[in-house]
Design a protein around this ligand. Structure first.
Ligand code: AMP
Length: 188
């Protein structure tokens, strides 16, 4: 199995690059943000529990997030690999993901960080907001989500770096150019 984490701030291009990777390597894409949005949109019990916290731009608790992720992984026993997007965001989530992968006799081989500055990300999200009108990208929430990333989520990176699983890619540039930088790492 090839299991990858794609890492980066909101608006770094994780979605775009993920689409390319799932096609090229035939991976199952699991985005915890998309899963939470599906639950809130469909008013599931879980959706109702996380709606407020998501609206605030803060992180959902590790317990809830890890349980949802685990369920989604276990629903897909036959896949040739996973691409995790938006997960892990805490060291505890990273450890839980390792435990889950080990229980399946596999592991996370690569964590690919798309490096984009805070300023660039703010510009991009403002543009995406204009185009898509995503509800969670309202300005105040946006600032909060970006803050969460640069103040908290980035602390997951040393965990992977110490284990030589982290690769950092410049996330500013053409889509194809960035995609090639990523596949060069994965194909090495
Ligand atoms: P995203 O689209 O990945 O930015 O996620 C949207 C929102 O879902 C986040 O602002 C969090 O409230 C929640 N969320 C998504 N993934 C996680 C995670 N791994 N841990 C905690 N909360 C998450």
């Amino acid at each position: 199995m090839l299991n990858i984490v794609i890492f980066g701030p909101p608006g770094a291009g994780k979605g775009t690059q993920s689409e390319k990777l799932i096609e090229k390597y035939n991976l199952k894409h699991i985005s915890t943000g998309d899963l939470f949005r599906w639950h809130t949109k469909n008013d599931t019990e879980l959706g109702l529990r996380v709606k407020e916290i998501m609206d605030s731009g803060e992180l959902v608790s590790d317990d809830i997030t890890i349980a949802m992720l685990k369920e989604e992984v276990e629903k897909n026993p036959e896949v040739s690999g996973f691409l995790f997007d938006g997960f892990p965001r805490t060291v505890d989530q990273a450890k839980a993901l390792d435990t889950l992968m080990h229980s399946m006799d596999t592991q996370i081989q690569h964590v690919v960080e798309l490096e984009v500055s805070e300023e660039e990300v703010k510009k991009r999200i403002a543009k995406r907001k204009e185009l898509e009108g995503r509800a969670d990208d309202a300005d105040d929430k946006l600032v909060k989500r970006i803050d969460e990333y640069f103040n908290k989520t980035v602390h997951v990176l040393p965990y992977y770096k110490e284990q030589s699983r982290l690769s950092t890619v410049n996330g500013v540039g053409g889509i194809e150019e960035i995609s090639k930088s990523i596949t060069d790492i994965l194909d090495k």
